[in-house]
Write a protein that binds this ligand. Structure first.
Ligand code: AP5
Ligand code: MG
Length: 193
């Protein structure tokens, strides 16, 4: 299974990713989480991306595409993967297409979590109090939403045209959303629930 999970900031991509990854036996790969880990570790990459992430803007395509292309060569991706937060603009789709073509692979499903923006701002402000993510403040959240609409929403249109998109309502309890996701993806995965 090769899955992409997408949706606006706070839609629940990270929350649902670990559950999806476990069910289909693939690693969950979050570009945002990889960048945050690099910032925490004080690496050169971390220093390069910190100000960009704090502003809620997108890290450059070259850096991000190279990071994902490398990650998809790891042995744990042999039977599939779940990408969370990538591709995040249409240029990144082209880069992923090239990486996959080289390996003779294709994306199976693009899972789009939908949710009303207002509900998501509350979720993210709630998470700020718990996790202290430096991009979970009102100004940056607003910019992340703007960037999502301008750059990331068009990604869905491309995959919709390719017939890959499955939309799932991201509002409701975490367990309810998980169940909706499994109901939508199991048929594609041929999973015996
Ligand atoms: P990224 O880490 O991908 O952040 P994001 O897209 O803004 O999304 P979040 O991680 O904030 O939300 P989520 O959908 O994962 O929701 P979560 O499950 O955490 O990207 C961060 C930054 O990295 C970007 O701004 C950019 O700078 C950079 N970046 C990353 N990828 C890039 C790329 N490809 N190209 C360029 N730059 C890139 O849930 C949110 C909160 O809600 C949590 O507190 C959770 O507990 C709660 N919650 C979840 N589900 C529910 C529910 N059903 N009910 C109630 N609460 C819930
Ligand atoms: Mg996330």
């Amino acid at each position: 299974m090769r899955l992409i999970i997408t949706g606006p900031p706070g839609a629940g991509k990270g929350t649902q990713s670990s559950r999806i990854a476990e069910r289909y036996g693939v690693p969950a790969i979050s570009t945002g989480a990889i960048f945050r880990q690099n910032i925490a570790d004080g690496t050169a990459l971390g220093k390069q991306v910190k100000a960009i992430m704090d502003a809620g803007d997108l890290v450059g395509d070259d850096v991000t595409d190279a990071l994902v292309a490398d990650r998809l060569t790891w042995e744990d991706t042999a039977s599939g993967w779940l990408l969370d937060g990538y591709p995040r603009n249409v240029n990144q789709i082209a880069a992923l297409d090239a990486t996959l073509a080289e390996a003779g692979h294709d994306v199976d499903v693009v899972l789009a979590l939908t949710a009303d923006t207002e509900a998501l701002v509350d979720r993210l402000l709630g998470r700020a109090a718990v996790e202290g993510r430096s991009d979970d403040n009102a100004d940056t959240i607003r910019n992340r939403m703007v960037v999502y609409r301008a750059d990331t929403a068009p990604v869905l249109a491309v995959y919709r045209e390719r017939g890959k998109v499955v939309e799932v309502d991201g509002l409701g309890s975490v367990d309810e959303v998980t169940q909706r996701i499994f109901d939508a993806v199991d048929p594609v995965a041929g999973h015996q629930a």
